[in-house]
Write a protein that binds this ligand. Structure first.
Ligand SMILES: [Ca+2]
Length: 524
């Protein structure tokens, strides 16, 4: 249930309040597909297709002169796979969305119509880099946006499409229709559906920009080497873009799960902090290391994590699983701190990389949230590495099962020493409130006291459960240390026994030293 919900939410990225709309569109493709595949192949390029000497993807060649080199490379690949395609006609089958949805478009080459915007021009990679969202977007000046994606190989069992763009600011008028076409050779195109009207998901991302996506979920699978995205309508003047996406479903291979053997357990009623804790503005469990380490890592079984983040009256919760570092000066006083790892934002419903710093080098707080939503059927290692050079840190997220780096970010962390001599590391599992509406007490009155918010959220089925952490480790002097209690300076639980809340809010169990534990944060 949770996986399905999150898949829908991924498809509805950037959609906050209108999540229900997105779900409806995804589960009912009829409602947003006004152009179904009626008549087999739509050979609108048939006349040009007769030119066998030129296998260029004709649409993109004509409309994007600057991309002709890429397009001709594409055409060579096309001829390699054509015989394969024609030998074994693809049999469509009912789309089965029970498995794991994987992108078949990420990292693929594409061509585009129109001309690149001078300052925010696309670099030919950004529309398939897996990053959806961001502050600006990438611009193509075009009254009829057309993107031709080369999947790199003839690809079967395609089910889902989407295109993410934005408008409403800087005089940019977004289209109101997207139509999707498939092709085996880049010449003959078949429409598989169009999305307009109620099928379009629109959501303001701030006071000025509106984010649009055009999800299409087919009832039957299709196969293609090339996918074409046609934008039109509304008097569009730009395609101001984030991403073009094509997905298929594969059987979800079981990921290896860690066997927790620890028996130590405690909760906010039984645990008393040794003193004032740093992360004390909402339910959290932290373990702080001794000084002297310059890198930390932890494994997080995201595939097992359960999240229910929305309550009544617009209450919305974020979750965090992260590592942190605190830098001290020679007198032992705090100079800076950073957090880096994964956050589950209530607004988009997925886990993503984030980092923040108290001082980013300009005296201001630094904050970054990645655009890639992680696959919630996989498990990940989070690494925070301050060892590269003074004043910098790198956060890396690695798929544990195939040791593949899925996201990373480097950021300024002024005050840190690369040898770790002035650093204290931590692991931290926490929640906070995603919306202003959540900062109310049980009478609905605004409050700045998070314990009042916890009271107000009680009975609304808001939780993060089964946050399974293992393999916590520290590095120093080039050596790796399992995070045994000897590495630990202190543990902190918020709330603890000295903070009055209505009952059990946070539980830590299956604890082995400080290398592994499972956290449940349940507001009841
Ligand atoms: Ca992108």
């Amino acid at each position: 249930m949770k996986r399905i919900l999150i898949l829908i939410l991924i498809a509805s990225l950037l959609l906050a309040a209108c999540g229900g709309n997105g779900a409806q569109n995804e589960s009912n493709p009829e409602s947003n597909a006004e152009s179904k595949p009626e008549s087999g192949t739509e050979s609108e390029d048939a006349s040009r297709g007769a030119d066998e000497s030129s296998r260029l993807a004709p649409e993109s060649r004509e409309e994007s002169a600057g991309e002709s080199k890429e397009t001709s490379e594409t055409s060579e690949d096309a001829s390699e796979t054509e015989s394969e395609e024609s030998a074994e006609p693809y049999l469509r089958k009912p789309a089965d969305r029970n498995g794991r949805r994987i992108s078949v478009s990420e990292g693929c080459r594409y061509t585009a119509s129109g001309s690149k915007h001078g300052q925010y021009g696309d670099d030919g990679k950004r529309l398939t880099d897996g990053v959806i969202g961001g502050e600006v977007g990438w611009g193509w000046e075009t009254g009829a946006g057309r993107f031709v994606l080369d999947l790199g190989a003839y690809t079967e069992d395609i089910t889902d499409f989407n295109i993410y763009l934005r408008g409403g600011n800087w005089g940019i008028i977004a289209p109101n229709k997207a139509e999707y076409f498939i092709s085996a050779d880049g010449r003959k195109w078949e429409s598989v559906g169009a999305v307009s009207g109620d099928g379009v998901i629109s959501n303001p991302s701030d006071e000025t920009w509106v984010e649009y996506s055009f999800p299409l979920a087919l009832e039957e699978t299709v196969a293609a080497r090339y996918v074409r995205f046609d934008l039109s309508g509304n008097g569009m003047n730009y395609a101001w873009m984030h991403e073009i996406c094509v997905w298929k479903y594969v059987e979800a291979a079981p990921v290896a799960m860690h066997a927790f053997k620890g028996t130590e357990a405690f909760d906010n009623l039984s645990f008393t902090n040794p003193g004032q804790m740093g992360d004390a503005d909402g339910p959290a469990y932290c373990v702080y290391s001794q000084k002297g380490y310059n890198k930390a890592e932890m494994n997080f079984e995201l595939s097992a994590a359960e999240a229910s983040v929305a309550g009544k009256r617009g209450a919305l919760m974020n979750g965090y699983v992260f590592l942190g570092a605190t830098a001290f000066n020679e007198e032992g006083y705090w100079v800076n701190s950073c957090d880096a790892g994964l956050t589950y934002t209530g607004e988009n419903g997925g886990w993503r990389l984030f980092w923040n710093t108290a001082d980013d080098g300009t005296g201001n707080r630094g904050w970054f949230s990645g655009g890639k939503t992680l696959d919630d059927t996989r498990n990940y290692r989070i690494t925070l590495d301050c060892s590269k050079k003074d004043g910098w840190a790198v956060v890396t997220v690695t798929d544990i099962d195939d040791e593949r780096v899925v996201d990373s970010a480097e950021f300024r962390f002024p005050g840190s020493k690369a040898d770790g001599g002035n650093l204290e590391m931590l692991t931290d599992i926490a929640v906070d409130w995603a919306s202003e509406d959540t900062w109310v007490d049980s009478h609905g009155e605004p409050t700045e006291d998070w314990t009042e918010v916890v009271f107000a959220c009680a009975g609304q089925n808001m939780y993060f459960k089964n946050l399974r952490i293992y393999g916590c480790a520290l590095y120093g002097g080039g050596l790796r240390f399992d995070w045994e209690p000897a590495c630990t300076d202190r543990r902190g639980l918020t709330p603890d026994s000295g903070t009055e809340v209505y009952g059990k809010v946070i539980t830590v169990h299956s604890v082995t030293g400080d290398t592994e534990y499972i956290v449940d944060i349940d507001l009841g």
